[in-house]
Design a protein around this ligand. Structure first.
Ligand code: ARG
Length: 292
């Protein structure tokens, strides 16, 4: 772990670090707003060191400066599972969506370059714990079991678990799920609630929401329990599906941070609350979620 003194509004630093990003893993993509150079040469490393030294001096003069440590200096590495529209999904090679934009806005406030790593949803908590990524931002619900392993920031959105069924299904409300075959995304809260309420034998986990919905289209399950916004996207993209009116659970989405990195959590909370107060977060939500 390298230390970085983050300076709010350090425009010069943003520029120099954007040029020194070091995304090398296949699944690492930069957000659409920033383009990080893939190779870090000795020359750019030297330049980075000089810039870091200059920024440290600058930071000492800045009252708002806080100490933020990230896995890769100058970079905020975000773990996500990009099969969850409109929170995170691919547009060409770029991962876009609500979480990508909220993360980008936070990274800018912290003077960091955002890099997004796509992984299985079930791997995100461990990746945060082990420092493979700095944050997990994936429409992730604050939930007691997860709180034992990671910390969560303040919430930035509300999630609702809903039920997708084929049009004309005999399942008319959540009360009719008993004894039905339920498709879910593995490791999610929907999977957790359904196994608790209806038993393991009635719940089939799929790698992600899209594969669960495909199984529903193929008649392999009777319904899919998933978060409302992805449900709306999937129903829009596939004919013959509908969402039940009754909600299964209401939850808070927040950002997972390592329990060992309270400095980062605090800095994100400060940035996030500014972005909530000035309407930036609502603007991003409105851009992707149309009012009913
Ligand atoms: N909100 C649910 C949970 O936290 C599902 C999140 C799935 N997110 C994703 N990017 N696939 O368990």
């Amino acid at each position: 772990m390298k230390k970085l003194v983050a300076v709010l509004l350090a425009g010069a630093m943003c520029f120099s670090l954007a040029a020194c990003g070091s995304g090398t893993a296949d699944e690492t993509v930069t957000s659409d707003a920033e383009v990080a150079v893939e190779e870090t040469t000795d020359e750019t490393e030297a330049a980075e060191d000089e810039t870091a030294a200059a920024d440290t001096e600058e930071a000492a003069d800045t009252a708002a400066a806080g100490e933020v440590t990230t896995a890769t200096e100058g970079v905020l590495t975000m773990g996500t599972n990009a099969a969850f529209p409109p929170y995170e999904y691919y547009e060409g090679d770029a991962i876009v969506g609500i979480d990508a934009e909220v993360a980008q806005a936070i990274a800018e406030k912290l003077g960091l370059t955002l890099e997004i790593v796509d992984m299985d949803f079930g791997s995100i908590i461990t990746a945060v714990q082990t420092g493979k990524v700095d944050v997990g931002i994936a429409g992730m619900t604050v939930e007691p079991d997860r709180l034992e392993n990671v910390d969560f920031t303040d919430s930035y959105a509300t999630g609702v678990q809903v039920v997708i069924v084929p049009e004309g299904s005999e399942i008319a409300s959540v009360d009719d799920l008993e004894g039905k075959l339920i498709g879910v995304q593995e490791s999610t809260t929907g999977w957790q609630y359904c196994t608790e309420d209806y038993g393991d034998e009635n719940v089939i986990p799929y790698p992600n929401g899209a594969t669960a919905v495909q199984a529903l289209m193929d008649g392999k399950v009777d319904c899919v329990v998933i978060d409302q916004q992805p449900a709306l996207s999937f129903v829009e993209a596939n004919e013959g599906l509908t969402i039940l009116d009754t909600e299964y659970a209401v939850e808070d989405y927040a950002i997972a941070v390592s329990k060992d990195n309270t400095g980062l959590k605090d800095a994100i909370n400060t940035a996030l609350n500014e972005l909530i107060e000035d309407g930036t977060v609502q603007g991003i939500l409105d851009k992707y979620i149309s009012a009913e």
